[in-house]
Design a binder for this molecule. Sequence first.
Ligand SMILES: Cc1cc2nc3c(=O)[nH]c(=O)nc-3n(C[C@H](O)[C@H](O)[C@H](O)COP(=O)(O)OP(=O)(O)OC[C@H]3O[C@@H](n4cnc5c(N)ncnc54)[C@H](O)[C@@H]3O)c2cc1C
Length: 290
Amino acid sequence: MHTFAYARPATLAEAVALLEEHGPAARVLAGGTDMIIRLRDGTLRPELVIDLKRIPELRPAIRVEGDRLVIGATTVMTDIAASELVRRDFEALAEAAAVVGSVQIRNRATLGGNLCNASPAADTAPSLLVYGADVVAIGPGGTRRLPLDAFFVRSGVTTLAPGELVTAIELPLPTLRRGSVHVRRTRRRGHDLASVTMAVAVDQAGTTRLAYGSVGPRPVVRVDATGVLADAAAPADARTAIFEEMFAGASPSPRSMRASPEYRLAMLRVLGRRALATAIQRLAQGERRP
Ligand SMILES: Cc1cc2nc3c(=O)[nH]c(=O)nc-3n(C[C@H](O)[C@H](O)[C@H](O)COP(=O)(O)OP(=O)(O)OC[C@H]3O[C@@H](n4cnc5c(N)ncnc54)[C@H](O)[C@@H]3O)c2cc1C
């Protein structure tokens, strides 16, 4: 393995200062489930690895602050999947966290790492997109919030500025009743990323939000505010037309070893219909009563 220096800062300010000082030669480490593999295979060769795990301000946490649920960037999938706060109002996120890798991976894999790694197949991304999540980042210029949809660029690339790191993910608490779900297709659960990963949320006002990943360079979110998708009795061709518009953002790579573009595009449609039906059913059952 390539040799690198290791730092375990005791404060957030120290971590930011190290990132600023070393620029692109430094890389932050959270759970390490993505990064250690890349350090080992040499596709990542930082001079300095900055471990975030001993920083008190970044301690894992899931809490309500005003009208938002705040999930600390270092919170692991196991805790997200088990959180009553997440399960009550953000069921698709709990479901997504529960299928990331295996038990061992979920005990290490953080939410911040899943997003910052920016894999198009990141399982938590679609649910966070349909819930309108913001990413909270800190850097030399201070703290800023940006919508998750403005965070992803392409595989491994985000709009984080040099010297910035993610401290938290914020989700607006629902003001309307809604039903939501996460679904995915994978070759081998626990060992492989998704061939298609998707979340759908339908609210009481008839708005449907659908997000999908692993079918292009970055996850995509689309909104249907016409009420057609949310209406189980709407004509089939009207629903198909809206789905097709939503899936126009998919561009799976023909070079992937996981699945052919044809398979992924077919599965996108199958999963879209199934997920929508489940979200509508959950809405009817009252996933959330404000
Ligand atoms: C066997 C296996 C199975 C897997 N299965 C799945 C799966 O089913 N679904 C899925 O989505 N993923 C899966 N993964 C990928 C991985 O587990 C997740 O992406 C995980 O959430 C990454 O989090 P981490 O804390 O381990 O990140 P790390 O490996 O520590 O970091 C990943 C990247 O993000 C950066 N980073 C981390 N935290 C921050 C931060 N706070 N601010 C700025 N940058 C940061 C790091 O510098 C690095 O570039 C799997 C991995 C393995 C090894």
